[in-house]
Design a protein around this ligand. Structure first.
Ligand SMILES: Nc1nc2c(c(=O)[nH]1)N[C@H]1C(S)=C(S)[C@@H](COP(=O)(O)O)O[C@H]1N2
Ligand SMILES: [Mo]
Length: 185
């Protein structure tokens, strides 16, 4: 069996809540998702428009930098490929922005090829507000702080711009298999 626990992690059955601030109250009606290019061109989706895009189920392990890992988490949502196709850009980086002000940065290519989703359901139910409902980013191949809860948009950038935790000393990329927890790891 392939080794599935990254170094320094322990498996947990529970689903801890980790939020740097209060849970913003966002409803399906007020939620929207906007992709803005480096030239300032913006494209937005309402909740209904997002739900009309092709929906995918994904079952995956998630790894938090505080060392818990949770196996076989089940999500439903829309691949980032569906939002990014047709967006004209030469940017290499993305800053994800959340309702409430949280940000996190990623290379654009990490959001492509069905490796990242905007998810709205967990384990068959609408995503709870504590876990980022109505919708969050899911990027399971990186530490879970990259999976911005209450996501509201992506800003494409030429320069890599550290987000909330990255500015506070967490690793800029955050690969759990290389144990990239902090700057310098
Ligand atoms: N908007 C927002 N997204 C966030 C966070 C946050 O504080 N605010 N915390 C991050 C961290 S550190 C982790 S481990 C996961 C936690 O997700 P969970 O609360 O659903 O377990 O969300 C990430 N996304
Ligand atoms: Mo985390």
């Amino acid at each position: 069996m392939a080794k599935r626990l990254p170094p320094g992690q322990y498996p947990t059955e529970s689903f801890p809540v980790l939020s740097a601030g209060p849970t913003p109250r966002v409803t399906n009606e007020t939620w929207s998702f906007t992709v803005t290019t480096e030239l300032g061109e913006a494209r937005s989706w309402t909740w209904d428009q997002m739900m009309a895009l092709p929906q995918q189920e994904t079952e995956t392990d998630i790894h938090c930098v505080t060392r818990w890992s949770k196996f076989d988490t089940r999500w439903r949502g829309v691949s980032l490929d569906a939002f990014l196709e047709g967006v004209e850009t030469t940017a290499d980086y993305v800053v994800a922005h959340s309702y409430g002000g949280y940000t996190t940065n990623l290379p654009l290519e990490d959001l492509l090829d069905d490796r990242a989703w905007i998810v709205h359901s967990y384990d068959g139910y609408p995503l709870s507000p504590e876990h980022g409902g109505p919708a969050r980013l899911l990027v399971p191949h990186l530490y879970f702080w990259k999976s911005a809860k209450w996501v509201r948009g992506l800003q494409l950038t030429h320069e890599d711009e550290p987000g909330f935790w990255e500015s506070a000393g967490y690793h800029n990329y955050g690969d759990p298999w290389r144990e990239q927890r902090h700057w310098g790891d």
